[in-house]
Design a protein. Structure first.
Length: 533
């Protein structure tokens, strides 16, 4: 094990080359990195929120509101289904998980069950129906979500919200945001470099539910304001871009944002800023049919329950695209486009906590982290020199330098984010790496004191200590994986750095010691082991 093998020398040389190649860009400025040839790596360590400064938001997914909305949509589906089947119920009452329709006769119940079962036969998220139809006493039929579907809404809403939030933040150009789940219904958003949490909150928190619905021309806005809203319609407030006031619109959605494939900032025929949109095939067909059947009538474009535009349908729009006019600034139009392209949130997000980490605080954290790393490294170096001399201690220090270089290179290559806990993981990695050298050296010392030769002592030191080293690193790796899987935010940063360090320390601590001591043995041909005294 102590022989100077060619493959070990080559592997060590390649490790040094890899470490220097991928860690070196961190020492350059952005301009210098951009000037590098295209075949050279340019990735650098991304500093986390605690090191770089930025914005922190703790969001709560309003699962209760989402469930209520899903049940309301189910009630409307039941209403539309019965209307299309020409069955008139006495009433449709909504409860926590579904809607119950009451009928005058048993014959109506029998007739209603067939279309309602066709309605719930549509598969849900898991390719099976998440709704049931149940006959109740008193000529009633209940359509409701299954208990499994109600329970799964929370987890699904959080997962979908994380993806939508990520797309919206990516649209802002924020680099390396951290978006993680906390508990069952909370989301932690850390945006390094984003100094305005209010702007981040405005983009993230808007639900962005976009719908196209017809304006109710038969009803009266005044009567609706007085509380007499016609069945099948709703009273919505208009934004300043829509002229303000209130609009009475049909509840039935012609096309929704789910059919939106692309939104972009554009201009209208008057060269005013507008928002262009395009639907998918299904949305284009439905939009074309709706505009063909309602030429000359106004329709409302609704975003999050407010009318943002209410133009007249002048001609059928069959191409699947159009524009939304309004008194938009370039910035306002850009924010709305980002929201629409990011998709709609499945549930409202409530901001539980907002925090700003200033750049000054981030600089202090970087300085403190660098100082703590340097102090920890120097203490380890001093200990190794005092305990094992300049030869054996120096070999360990070279291994530590390679270890640190490889960690920085690996994190830069993978685009990992370095946080304060990550720096703690780096320091712990140094300690674990040098611990391997201590085990090897102490075993060599014991063998030499028992009178064995230098070669036998060196070989026994590696052979007998290797099992302990592997066991120690495996347990450390398992602990790091558990922290990475079940932890969040800073804990995962610590675990990620520690995991990389386990692999690099095995390479640096053992391989550097083997090659270094084998070279010393070949050149110096010592008669006794220096650390045996």
């Amino acid at each position: 094990m102590i022989h100077l093998s060619r493959w070990k020398v080559i592997l060590l040389a390649l490790s040094f080359a890899f470490g220097v190649l991928f860690a070196y860009p961190n020492l350059l400025t952005e301009g210098q990195r951009n000037a590098l040839p295209g075949f050279l790596p340019k990735s650098v360590l991304n500093l986390g929120l605690d090191l770089q400064g930025g914005s922190y938001l703790l969001l709560e997914v309003d699962v209760t509101e989402m469930r209520a909305k899903r049940v309301q949509n189910l009630q409307e589906d039941v209403t539309v289904t019965l209307r299309e089947a020409e069955i008139t119920p006495l009433s449709i009452q909504r409860d926590e998980a579904g809607a119950t329709a009451s009928f005058a006769t048993q014959a109506q119940v029998d007739a209603a069950v067939v279309p309602l079962r066709n309605l719930v036969a549509q598969p849900g998220l898991n390719a099976v129906s998440d709704r049931t139809v149940q006959r109740l006493p008193g000529n009633r039929v209940r359509v409701a979500f299954t208990p499994q579907a109600m329970d799964g809404m929370a987890s699904t809403a959080v997962d979908q919200s994380i993806e939508v939030v990520r797309r919206r933040i990516d649209g802002l150009g924020t680099r390396e945001p951290s978006i993680t789940r906390q508990g069952t219904t909370r989301i932690v958003v850390q945006a390094p470099g984003e100094s305005d949490p209010a702007a981040l909150e405005r983009v993230i928190g808007q639900t962005a539910q976009l719908t196209f619905q017809l304006v109710d021309l038969e009803g009266s806005v005044e009567e609706a304001l007085a509380g007499r809203v016609p069945p099948g319609s709703e009273l919505l407030e208009g934004t300043a871009d829509a002229g303000g006031g209130y609009f009475l619109v049909k509840r039935r959605v012609l096309v929704s944002g789910e059919n939106l494939t692309r939104a972009e900032v554009t201009t209208d025929q008057n060269n005013q800023t507008a928002i262009g949109f395009r639907f998918d095939g299904q949305g284009a067909r439905r939009f074309g049919e709706a505009t063909t059947q309602n030429v000359g009538k106004p329709f409302a474009i609704i975003l999050d329950g407010k009318v943002i535009s209410a133009p007249n349908i002048e001609t059928p729009i069959t191409g699947g695209s159009g524009i939304i006019r309004g008194n938009y600034t370039i910035q306002a139009a850009g924010e709305m486009v980002n929201l629409l392209n990011g998709g709609a949130l499945p549930a409202p997000l409530n901001v539980e906590e907002r925090r700003t980490v200033t750049a000054e605080l981030g600089a202090d954290a970087v300085a403190a982290g660098a100082l703590s790393t340097l102090v920890g490294f120097l203490i380890i170096v001093l200990f190794m020199f005092l305990a094992y001399g300049f030869l054996f201690g120096g070999i360990s220090v070279i291994g530590l330098l390679l270890n640190g270089t490889l960690i920085v290179a690996a994190m830069s290559m993978t685009g990992a984010t370095l946080t304060l806990p990550g720096i703690a993981g780096l320091i712990l990695t140094f300690a674990v790496a040098v611990d391997a050298n201590v085990l090897i050296y102490e075993r060599m010392r014991d063998e030499a004191r028992q009178g064995r030769s230098v070669i036998a002592s060196l070989d026994a030191g590696f052979n007998k200590a290797m099992g302990t080293i592997i066991d120690a690193n495996l347990t450390t790796l398992v602990a790091a994986l558990i922290m990475f899987i079940f932890g969040a935010g800073p804990v995962r940063g610590f675990a990620w750095t520690l995991s990389i360090g386990v692999f690099t320390s095995m390479l640096s601590a053992v391989l550097v010691a083997q090659v270094g001591l084998a070279w010393w043995l070949k050149v110096a041909k010592p008669k006794k082991l220096p650390i045996a005294e």
